[in-house]
Design a protein around this ligand. Structure first.
Ligand code: PGA
Length: 227
């Protein structure tokens, strides 16, 4: 399976100019590796940020209205993301679950809406129940297009990465549930020093990177460390 590194910029940076600068710097080297690199900027930068890297979104609305849109104030539809060039969509990030009360039922609807538009969901979980809820009713073909990101709450944005041994055990449990065709990523305080441990020792097929993905040198260091 091809390794996957996803940059989750979250609600950053504040200006288009900064977004473009970070993107350009990442692109220069990330384009050269065999690892698949996906950048997930805030929605507003998606159509204008540039070309040369695969784009993803950080969230999506769960309905696929026949017209591609509808009366859902504040939401972004799967069709809009597809038309903006997205190939991936992060679903069920812990910040969505905690701050916006997103439930497993909602993440499952989002996962299915993304797949229905032929994009790939990156389902974030920190426990098995979230995984089982998120992949409910998916077919084996769906599972091939899904990536699961194991993101332990204690490690997200804290600078305290999860113990590699413990992450490896979670990896095995997730693998048992999703079968052999789904890529499983690790996320939580990943940096260029610890990145290789999660891939080469714990067995993950890639990484979901928050804070470090806004620092191009560091992010490129992560890609190089695992490639
Ligand atoms: P972090 O965030 O790398 O800043 O810990 C990871 C994430 O929230 O996806």
């Amino acid at each position: 399976m091809k390794l996957l590194v996803v940059a989750n910029w979250k609600c950053n940076p504040a200006s288009f100019k900064e977004a473009q600068d970070i993107f350009k710097e990442i692109k220069r080297e990330a384009g050269l590796t065999k690892t698949e690199v996906v950048v997930c900027p805030p929605f507003v930068y998606l159509p204008v940020i540039g070309k040369g890297l695969v784009l993803g979104a950080q969230d999506v609305f769960w309905e696929n209205p026949p017209t591609g849109g509808g009366a859902y104030t504040g939401e972004i539809s799967p069709a809009m993301l597809k038309n903006a060039g997205c190939r991936y969509v992060i679903v069920g990030h812990s910040e969505r679950r905690r701050l916006f009360k997103e439930t497993d039922e909602m993440t499952n609807k989002k996962v299915r809406a993304v797949l229905a538009k032929k994009m790939k969901p990156i389902l974030c979980i920190d426990r098995f129940s979230q995984l089982k809820g998120g992949i409910k009713d998916l077919s084996s073909d769906d599972l091939k297009n899904l990536a699961v990101a194991f993101e332990p709450l204690s490690a997200i944005g804290t600078g305290k990465p999860y113990l590699v041994g413990k992450a490896g055990k979670m990896y095995s449990g997730i693998r048992e549930i999703v079968g052999k065709d789904t890529r499983i990523l690790y996320g939580g305080s990943v940096n260029s020093q610890n990145a290789a441990d999660y891939v080469k020792r714990a067995g993950f097929q890639g990484l979901l990177v928050g804070g470090a993905s806004l620092k191009p040198r560091e992010f490129i260091g992560i890609i190089k460390a695992i490639s």
